[in-house]
Structure formats: structure tokens, C-alpha cells
Design a protein around this ligand. Structure first.
Ligand code: NI
Length: 274
């Protein structure tokens, strides 16, 4: 075949088979203001078919929704990060409830607990987390969980609501044992760029062993850039590097990882019904 020449059928099959969803991106942030269109174009060229833009406070939630209105393949979440848990007033909760009815808002979060930076007091974090879990139950929406050094508190909170909530533990950094506990509650495991770091043995073991119907891939861009661009800004196109590493670890093809994670995302988030 001539260099640079792609037959229509080859292009078509690439589009169908090699499809990746970045299940956790923050491309509403100012780090992307200068070149957001170019970033989206690179994602498209990398066969990243959909991007879930994650809100983590009022401003970034509104930013996620605004972006989802501009692009058919972009979806949004609304929620309050544990760092800013103290800002989750009743008014903010009510606004999240209204925003959740938007057709492009498919999940709540990111919410959770962060005992690493402790930017909000722990009791305040827990209250904000429980209030958002109540909202998720009320609206029957999936949730995106942020956890840092807080499994000992997050897992019991989720276990108490087992069967009533569903969602993803984003940027999973636990070991295989914690993975099994999370799976038992019915949660999905979100794997990001850390899996590509040479010393990330625990996460690589999780990526190897997580059942194929519970795996999601993500970038968490602009942070957690995969090894091949480590130190630079992350972006949705690089979710391919995550899929590639997981494929290597599981001894399968990148296409398979693309297929199963896309299917998992659509089933979990209900995008196939929207
Ligand atoms: Ni995030």
C-alpha cells in the first residue's frame, strides 16, 4: 500500500474497532484554553471516541457542562471534590441536582475522601461525601469517586450502600486485595497513567487481575501523564498509552482493551440509553 494511503474500509474498521473512552478528564481547565481544539483533534485522531469531563467544584462542573454542550462526543459530571468539601452548601447541592437533569450530565462526582492533603477537615469531607451519595441514590446516577489514602473510610461508606449505588473508583491506587473489596461492592476500577510508571507494581497487578467487565481507562488530564510524556501536560489522546500498557500486562491487544472498556463505560454510565 502507498504510504499515507488509507482505503475507506481500513479507515472504517479502525474507527469501529479501535475506540477508546477517556473516562476521566479535566479539559475544561485553563491549562487547555490556549489549544483545546487541537487537543480534541488529537484525541479524535487517536480514536478516542468519547471524553467524560469531570467537575470537582461549582466552577469546573459548570465548565464541564458547557463543554459537553459544544461537542456531541463529550459528556460531563457535576460534583464537589473532598478538597473543597466545605463549599458544598445546600444551594450548591440544589444546583447540582438541577444540573444533573441536563442530558449530557451522566454521573455525579468527583466526590470522596482525601486524607493525603486534608484540605478540608475529615468530618466535613465525610458529610459532603454522604450528601452527594444521597443525591446519587435519589437520582439513581453513577458516581465517580476520588480516594487518596482513605480506603479505610471510603470502603465501609460504600459497603453500607451496596446495591443502591454504582460507579467507578477513579485512578485506582490500591492493591489487589482492595480491588476485590471494591469489586464486591459492585464498583468499577478506573486505571490511568500511573500504570505506565515502571515502579507502579501494585497498580500493574490490579490492571492484570481486574475482571474485564469492570475495567475503565482514563487520563485524569492535565495530571498523571503516562511515562512516554511524563512531566508534560496530559491530554485525552494519551489514554491510548494506558490501554496499550494494560493490553501488554493482560497479554491481549489494544483493540480488545478499547472494546471492553468502551462497552463497560456505556453500560455503567447508561450512555447507550441516552
Ligand atoms: Ni480528577
Amino acid at each position: 500500500m502507498q504510504a499515507g494511503f488509507v482505503t475507506p474500509s481500513a479507515a472504517y474498521s479502525e474507527f469501529i474497532v479501535q475506540m477508546f473512552i477517556d473516562s476521566h478528564a479535566h479539559i475544561q481547565l485553563s491549562q487547555f484554553n490556549r489549544d483545546r481544539d487541537a487537543v480534541l483533534k488529537r484525541a479524535h485522531e487517536a480514536a478516542v471516541s468519547n471524553i467524560l469531563v469531570i467537575g470537582f467544584d461549582m466552577e469546573t462542573s459548570l465548565g464541564a457542562v458547557a463543554l459537553s454542550e459544544k461537542h456531541t462526543h463529550i459528556y460531563a459530571t457535576v460534583g464537589m471534590h473532598p478538597h473543597d468539601a466545605k463549599d458544598l452548601t445546600q444551594d450548591v447541592l440544589n444546583t447540582f441536582r438541577e444540573l444533573a437533569e441536563h442530558p449530557k450530565v451522566i454521573a455525579l462526582g468527583e466526590m470522596g475522601l482525601d486524607y493525603y492533603r486534608n484540605l478540608s477537615p475529615r468530618p466535613v469531607q465525610k458529610t459532603a461525601f454522604e450528601q452527594q451519595l444521597d443525591l446519587a441514590e435519589e437520582l439513581q446516577m453513577p458516581i465517580v469517586i476520588h480516594n487518596r489514602d482513605a480506603y479505610m473510610d471510603i470502603l465501609p461508606i460504600l459497603e453500607a450502600r451496596q446495591g443502591k449505588i454504582r460507579g467507578v473508583l477513579h485512578c485506582f491506587t490500591g492493591d489487589v486485595e482492595l480491588m476485590h473489596r471494591s469489586l464486591a461492592i459492585g464498583f468499577h476500577i478506573g486505571i490511568g497513567g500511573i500504570v505506565t510508571y515502571p515502579n507502579a507494581k501494585d497498580i500493574q497487578a490490579v490492571a492484570r487481575e481486574v475482571p474485564e467487565d469492570r475495567l475503565l481507562i482514563e487520563t485524569d488530564c492535565p495530571w498523571l501523564t503516562p511515562q512516554f510524556r511524563r512531566g508534560k501536560r496530559n491530554e485525552p489522546a494519551y489514554v491510548r498509552a494506558v490501554a496499550e500498557k494494560i493490553a501488554e500486562l493482560r497479554n491481549t491487544s489494544i483493540e480488545t482493551i478499547g472494546e471492553i472498556t468502551t462497552q463497560n463505560f456505556n453500560l455503567l454510565m447508561g450512555t447507550c440509553f441516552k
